[in-house]
Design a protein around this ligand. Sequence first.
Ligand code: AP5
Length: 217
Amino acid sequence: MTNIILLGPPGAGKGTQAKRLVDGRHMVQLSTGDMLREAKTSGSEMGRKVADVMARGELVTDEIVIGLIREKLTGEAGGGFIFDGFPRTLAQADALAVLMDGLGQKLDAVIEMQVDDAALVSRITGRYTCGGCGAVYHDSTKPTKVADTCDACGSTSMQRRADDTEDALRTRLMEYYKKTSPLMGYYYAKGALRSVDGLAAMDDVAGAIAKVLDSAE
Ligand code: AP5
């Protein structure tokens, strides 16, 4: 069992690669973004609280996301956990270390997906997702084979995120550089940080991640 964090700015390809690892290695994707969007759709009180914060591109409170992860960590672990979009602050990273310790689990690698900001605007504004199974597509780099029909599950419900605008992306990037990028130093100091080129083709990124996982096993 291998537990990893995928670390990178919005649009780095964390969700895309996490889904490949779920399919290929039976790992369990823990995406705090997906969990928060589910809470929003369900109309729960927490979902209503976070909706505006997320649409603006700001971070939700540590307390809320740590609570979400705590619940999931006691569930099915499959081939290991992929933390996607968590942790995003030093407080979240400390909390994760305590939670993993408590469960007798360890973090095997933190994979930084290196990209440059210029590529992110087109990745984010061109993204759409299947409402049925969550498969991720892109207008130009990964369109569905049949227009508006999911290749994986056949659903015709394609969705675009409220925060996938150039305006919200500016805020999301600012939040990333101010609050999340310090995690690189944190995990480097722990000897866990590995980097892959997130600008490479999706298959090549997947290959680089597979190498990291194989060497961590
Ligand atoms: P979250 O859902 O985590 O979004 P994010 O981190 O901004 O990342 P994205 O999902 O936008 O990008 P990704 O890296 O997964 O890219 P993808 O694979 O889709 O968070 C959303 C919000 O929730 C936050 O802003 C915050 O408000 C809140 N939140 C979540 N977690 C939180 C936390 N821990 N603490 C506080 N608040 C939290 O790829 C993007 C596009 O590029 C796709 O169309 C894809 O097809 C394409 N693509 C991917 N890889 C490649 C490639 N190699 N080449 C070409 N195209 C590619």
